[in-house]
Structure formats: C-alpha cells, structure tokens
Write a protein that binds this ligand. Structure first.
Ligand SMILES: [Zn+2]
Length: 259
C-alpha cells in the first residue's frame, strides 16, 4: 500500500510499503513541510516552476534529508520517452543546479544503493518500478505525451522480467478533472492493447491516465501494482496541480535502493 507518513520537519509523503519490504524507497511527496509560499506553498521541489530558486533548493534538501538521502538526480523533463541510467558519477545530477540535470528525458533508473532518483510532477503521473531480484529501480514521469511516446513500455525494457517488478503509481490528475480531446485519448490508447481507460459521461472524454498506465503495466506482465488513486486537482491542501492552478509548484517521486 501507499502509506501516508509524516517525516521529520513535517514533510508529508505517501510511501510504498511493498517497495520498503523489498529493500527500496518510493516516496510521493505532498505539500506540507517546506519553506515556499503563495502558489508554491510549501514543499515546492521544482527549481524551474517560478518559485524563488533558493527556497526550492532548501525544500529539496529538506525532502532528501527526511528520506535519508544526500540528494537525488533529476532529468530535464520533456514529455518524451528517453531514460537515463544514474551511477555514482552522476549522483545528485541536477539536484542543486538544473543545468546539471542528466539530460532531456522522462525516466531515470539505477542499480546502485543509496542513489536517489526523482521526477517532478503537478498532475502528470509519477511511476516507480523495482525488481527485488536485481535491485534495479526506475522513476518515470508519465504525462499523456510521454505515455503516447511509449515511456512506460520503453522503461519496462530496462528490466529482465516484468513478472518480478513492483510498480507504484502515485497521485496524479484523475478522470474527474481530466477532460481531454479525442486526439489525446487516441494517442494514449494506441500504446495499450486494451485501449485507454475513459470515464463515461460529459461532452468530452474524461481520461483516466493513471488507470491507463496501470492497464499498460498489467498487460506487459507486471503483477504487483499499487495505485494512490488520489487526484491532484481534488486536493489543493495536499498536491500541486497545474490544471487547477496554472502557476504552481511541483511534488516529486523520490526513489532509492536501500543500502
Ligand atoms: Zn479530481
């Protein structure tokens, strides 16, 4: 399950108990516990969201420390399907300086213990994958464009056997707040054999992107999938939502293999 926890410093997060039992950390941060204010209150972890960069950097330090990490590596997210392997030399890439991020991409993976990897979201779907047998761990930023570009399937290819994978799908925009055009539904649906998950009713389709991702994982052979089933737009006190607020902060999936 994704367990709500309050970490030192008042930082709130949903932490996967399945990942923890298998020797991994997968934490989805919430808004409390940071130093930012206004639309970025309080734990904005995005250095490029428009917040005071010094505050966002302080928030990153607090979140990493609360989770027992020195730092975490990030990519320059572009809604694509490119992924990066993080090793010791690239520990914490982009953590303090966005210009030092791994590169343009939307997924990171690592085999090494105690190396934090993170992706930032404000509606897009954060997905963690782990193979307890090999110790490989991945974090994926999955918006509709990335899903349509194949970021889920492409990242799964970095793992030997999907049947061993643990997956955690974090808080993201839910179908109740995600009216989209037919072209979006079709683009996302093209990557699943079962088609997109769409909530009926309303003049425009309501896309269930987290549900569609869970279906894609399941079709690929992933058996253990935890889902937060929490809509970012529905919970302004807990999550940033770009669709709800426009100018807003970023929460993060922060993941690591335990030492
Ligand atoms: Zn909602």
């Amino acid at each position: 399950m994704l367990e709500p926890v309050t970490l030192p410093g008042g930082i709130a997060a949903l932490v996967s108990t399945d990942f923890r039992s298998a020797g991994f950390l997968a934490a989805f941060t919430e808004r409390p516990g940071g130093v930012s204010d206004g639309p970025f209150a309080t734990l904005n972890l995005g250095l490029r969201a428009g917040d005071d960069p010094a505050r966002a950097a302080e928030n990153r330090k607090r979140a990493a420390t609360a989770l027992g990490l020195a730092s975490f590596a990030v990519v320059r997210q572009v809604h694509g399907a490119t992924r990066f392997r993080v090793d010791r030399e690239r520990a914490g890439a982009g953590f303090a300086d966005p210009g030092d991020a791994m590169g343009a991409g939307d997924a990171l993976f690592t085999d090494e213990p105690n190396l934090g990897i993170a992706i930032l979201t404000a509606d897009c779907v954060p997905v963690a994958l782990a193979d307890p047998e090999t110790g490989r761990l991945a974090a994926i930023h999955a918006g509709w464009r990335g899903v349509a570009a194949g970021v889920i399937a492409d990242t799964l290819r970095e793992f030997d056997d999907p049947r061993r994978i643990l997956a955690a799908v974090g808080p993201a925009i839910g179908p109740d707040h995600y009216e989209v055009g037919e072209e979006v539904v079709n683009a996302v649906g093209a990557v699943t054999t079962g088609g997109p998950v769409v909530q009926p009713g309303g003049p425009k389709p309501r896309l269930d992107l987290p549900g569609t991702i869970a279906r894609t994982l399941s079709e690929a052979g992933v058996r253990r999938i935890e889902s937060a089933s929490l809509c970012t737009a529905c919970h302004p006190d807990r999550f940033f939502s770009h669709r709800r607020d426009g100018v807003t902060g970023r929460q993060a999936l922060i993941a690591a293999r335990s030492g």
